[in-house]
Design a protein around this ligand. Structure first.
Ligand code: ADP
Ligand code: MG
Length: 351
């Protein structure tokens, strides 16, 4: 058999393959758009999706907006306002995004419209991208801020579209993402709507319990106790990999049958870290019924050099240098809160 020729793929094919790796499902689009709104300093972020996001996604914010003459750059590849060069990156990025590829990527696999008006602009403008074809910038009436609309996700990548799950499953993913940001940013009014019906809307008053009330309901909010823990500076060694653990955890009898309600954040980033979830469960020390899981919204602060958040840019995993120490800190923090409220019995003091 003759070896086949090796040929470079055409740009469109490269673009779509790359897009499929970044944008897996509607929830990944929602994550990128909500992060952009938060990076834009929004105090309101309204998300609405149709058919679990498979037919339509709209994210509207009241952030700084995009000037008309920047709209083309906003949807261009590797174009960002958040870092200028590698030095900025090394110095540490204070925004959720910085790669400048989300809008470009979403535009490659959907019909995307970005409509915006900065507060000092007299009128708004919009740009549309259809399957990678960038249209002209046009005037558009809109309030201050930015609205991004995504229709027919994956219409031009049928193989990717086939992998989408049922509408309810896709919506569950969207809901998890938006909930995660709503709880992490109680000072921002975040709302979610599915097929015209409101799923939740937080007040944006800065109070975590109020955000929990909006998202999970009164029973859960009222059962939550506050966690606020810092390492004891006089403890042996005095060198703890965790600076602070704070947030809310539920009464051991306010539980669900899934682990989905254990929301953990490391340095304000939502992460799915098995080690953190297990540490929370450990703290309940046998007070939970079998296969029942509590609610938790837990913020863990660690020095940046103790954690690698870039295990994979799209995944929500983290790796700790000193994982055992982090687990112990989280467990102590939650245990102290539960003990304080008489929700668990004291166990032998740990070393
Ligand atoms: P990144 O977030 O990594 O910079 P994106 O492709 O997500 O890349 O966005 C490109 C640029 O478009 C951003 O750097 C920002 O300047 C602008 N932008 C995107 N969304 C918004 C928004 N909601 N409000 C204001 N500016 C935005
Ligand atoms: Mg972004």
């Amino acid at each position: 058999m003759e070896p086949p020729d090796i040929e470079r793929l055409d740009e469109r094919t490269i673009q779509r393959i790359a897009a499929g790796e970044v944008v897996e499902r509607p929830a990944s689009v929602v994550k990128e758009l909500v992060e952009n709104s938060l990076d834009a300093g929004a105090s309101r972020v309204a998300v609405s999706v149709e058919a679990g996001g498979t037919e339509g996604i709209r994210v509207r914010d009241d952030g700084v907006g995009i000037p008309e003459d920047q709209l083309e750059a906003a949807v261009a590849e590797h174009a960002t306002s958040k870092i200028a060069d590698i030095d900025d990156l090394e110095a540490g990025v204070g925004t959720l995004g910085f790669r400048g590829e989300a809008l470009y990527t979403v535009g490659a696999v959907s019909r995307l419209t970005v409509r915006s008006r900065p507060s000092d602009a007299e009128a708004g403008a919009e740009i549309t991208v259809e399957g990678g074809d960038v249209g002209a910038v046009r005037p558009a009436g809109c309030p201050t801020g930015t609205t991004v609309e995504v229709e027919d996700l994956f219409y031009n990548t049928p193989a990717r579209k086939k992998f989408l799950k049922r509408v309810t499953t896709e919506f569950d993913h969207v809901n998890t993402v938006v909930t995660g940001y709503a709880l992490a940013n109680p000072e921002v009014a975040v709302s979610l709507e599915h097929d015209g019906r409101e799923t939740f809307a937080t007040e944006g008053n800065g109070d975590l319990r109020s955000a929990v009330l909006a998202v999970y309901g009164r029973e859960v909010a009222e059962s939550m106790v506050a966690v606020d823990w810092e390492p004891d500076p006089s403890a042996a060694g005095g060198d703890n990999p965790v600076k602070r653990v704070s947030g809310l955890v539920s009464h051991p009898e306010t539980t669900r049958s899934a682990r989905d309600y254990l929301a953990t954040y490391v340095n304000d980033r939502y992460v799915t870290a098995g080690a953190l979830r297990e540490a929370v469960l450990e703290a309940y020390g046998g007070q939970l019924a079998p296969d029942r899981y509590p609610f938790a919204v837990l913020f863990v602060e660690v020095p940046p050099d103790e954690v690698d958040v870039n295990v994979h840019p799209r995944k929500l995993e983290v790796r700790f240098d000193r994982e055992a120490g982090v687990r112990a800190a989280v467990e102590s923090a939650v245990e102290a809160a539960l003990l304080d409220h008489g929700l668990i019995r004291s166990t032998a003091p740990r070393g």
